[in-house]
Design a protein. Structure first.
Length: 366
């Protein structure tokens, strides 16, 4: 058996190849299990601050980058058991060649995986802080935490990139930063829109025209603010679609914060038939006005008036305000008032008109 394992092919023994394949297989078999253990260990650290987060959420966030890191780590261990054939006459890792390319590629993948793990850890921290923010009455923290999380991820990514450039590619970071000062104007001009959106996000946080959870109308789009990011604001429309609007447009355009309204306005006309007498219309108007004034969810500014003579109906104007910003509650109250209006019209022996045409036929003598 030893004689078989000691046989050499391409500069390595069969035993060396077995160790190489064994470490690779081990990493493929156990990387998922190890990533779950490490993710749950991170969850235990944060569990002291909140117990409402499911460990699976941490596994979903950290699992993939940790698996990549584990695979690259075991790949390094496995590769230490084999060598390139001496017949290839490869130059050392310090000089440019196949060895240096492979070594640089390995360092690059390892560094990127560490950066990804770091940014996902920030996501985990943001998840914990959001759970705490949900328990507070203020909406400012709901808006600030995602924004701060995005900034922290950008800073970590930039810092990691500079470290990779310095350690992997041996680039003088100080000279690079100084060189960026010279080309900063050109970069700023090329990324004008991005910088405007970034400044727009800071303006939103300083001026506070809206917060997460507010119902707003901007550029003809009405929706609930779900997130304010570094570049854009995301709205969930009443049709449940997801709209992304650049922050520059959010501050430059006319924005109507519907949540800050004290009442929701209702305005419509009802038409009754021309057979309705004047006294009947007066009673209908008085009773509707009285009901709206006495309703617990309307104010005293409701207006009910005999408005116009329509082409096929006598039109009564109904205008009132409902004291709620909640859309389902608003619809329920409006429906309740509509049913009451129907009862009042029927009680006064009238009926609703519908578009109709009267045709008169006249006989003429030949």
């Amino acid at each position: 058996m030893k004689e078989v394992l000691n046989k050499v092919y391409f500069g390595n023994s069969i035993e060396d190849y077995c160790w190489f394949v064994g470490w690779i297989v081990f990493s493929l078999l156990f990387q998922r299990y190890l990533s779950k253990i490490l993710s749950k260990l991170v969850h235990r650290v944060f569990r002291k601050h909140t117990s409402e987060i499911n460990p699976q959420q941490f596994v979903d966030l950290l699992g993939k980058p940790i698996r990549v890191f584990i695979f690259v780590l075991f790949l390094f261990i496995a590769s230490s058991h084999i060598n390139f054939p001496s017949e290839w006459n490869l130059v050392s890792v310090e000089k440019f060649g196949l060895k240096k390319i492979i070594h640089t590629l390995y360092q690059l993948i390892l560094g990127i995986s560490i950066i990804r793990i770091s940014t996902r850890l920030i996501d985990c921290l943001g998840l914990v802080l959001m759970k705490k923010a949900e328990k507070t009455e203020s909406k400012q923290d709901d808006q600030l935490i995602p924004f701060a999380k995005d900034i922290a991820k950008v800073i970590v990514a930039l810092f990691g990139l500079l470290v990779l450039l310095s350690t992997v590619f041996n680039i003088n970071v100080g000279s690079l930063v100084a060189g960026l000062g010279i080309g900063g104007l050109a970069i700023a001009m090329a990324s004008k829109e991005t910088l405007e959106n970034l400044l727009g996000s800071f303006t939103i946080f300083m001026d506070k025209p809206f917060t997460v959870g507010d119902l707003v109308n901007v550029n003809g789009i009405t929706g609930v603010v779900e997130k304010v990011g570094l570049r854009s604001t995301r709205l969930r429309t009443l049709e449940k679609s997801f709209v992304t609007i650049p922050n520059k447009k959010m501050i430059d355009s006319e924005l109507d914060n519907l949540t800050l309204r004290t009442f929701r306005r209702v305005n419509f006309n009802i038409g009754v038939t021309y057979s309705t007498s004047a006294s009947q219309i007066k009673n209908i108007v008085i009773e509707i006005q009285k009901y709206i004034n006495e309703h617990p969810h309307t104010n005293q500014e409701g207006v009910v008036k005999f408005h116009a003579f329509g082409s096929s109906s006598l039109d009564i104007l109904v205008n009132y305000f409902i004291d709620t910003m909640d859309w389902p509650t608003y619809l329920n109250i409006r429906e309740e008032i509509n049913f009451k209006i129907m009862e009042i019209v029927e009680k006064n022996n009238s009926s609703f008109a519908f578009p109709s045409t009267s045709v008169y036929i006249e006989k003429t003598k030949n």
